[in-house]
Design a protein around this ligand. Sequence first.
Ligand SMILES: C[S@@+](CC[C@H](N)C(=O)[O-])C[C@H]1O[C@@H](n2cnc3c(N)ncnc32)[C@H](O)[C@@H]1O
Length: 169
Amino acid sequence: MTPSPWIARWAPLIAPGSTILDIAAGSGRHTRLFLGRGHHVTAVDRDISRLANLESDPGVEIVSADLEDGSAWPLPARRFGAVVVTNYLHRPLWPALFGALEPGGVLLYETFMVGNERFGEPSNPAFLLRDGELLDVAREGGLSVVAYEATMRSDPSPAMVQRLAARRP
Ligand SMILES: C[S@@+](CC[C@H](N)C(=O)[O-])C[C@H]1O[C@@H](n2cnc3c(N)ncnc32)[C@H](O)[C@@H]1O
C-alpha cells in the first residue's frame, strides 16, 4: 500500500539512522517506507497478522499490543527518533507518544477530523480530531511545530484530515 504523501514528504526531517515507532502500523506501509530509508522500525498494532511478512526482517521489531485496553504502555522507557501515526486516534496516548520521542525526535501524525462524517467512516467523534486539536496538543506537549494542515484529502478517497510534523526540542 502506498505511504501517506504527508509522511513521505516529512520523512527527511528525521535523523538518518534513527529508530522509528510506527503506531497502529496496520499493514506496515510506513514501516516499509522507513525500512527503505535505512531506519530500524518498531511496529505496534493489536492485529499483527498484516505485518507477518516483515517478521524475519532484522530491521523490524513487531509488537503485538492493545493500546486501548488499559494495559501499561508496551514500550516503557524506550525513545525513538520519530513516532509515526496515521489513521488512528486514541487520545489517552498523547503523553506516551510525546514521551517516546528522544530530544530532536519527530512526530509525524495524520488522521481524520470533524467534517469527515460527510464522507463516511470514521464518523464517531471519538475518532475525529476537533478543530485545531492536533496543533493544540502538540504545542501543549512542548513540541516545536514544523508543519500543520487541516485539509480535505482526496486520495485514496475523500476525507477530512489534520496533519502534523513536529519536533521535540
Ligand atoms: C485504519 S488502520 C491504519 C493503519 C496504518 N496506520 C495506516 O495508515 O496504514 C488502524 C489500525 O489501528 C489498529 N488498532 C485499532 N485499535 C487498536 C488498539 N486498541 N490497539 C492497537 N492497535 C489498534 C488496527 O488494528 C489497524 O491496524
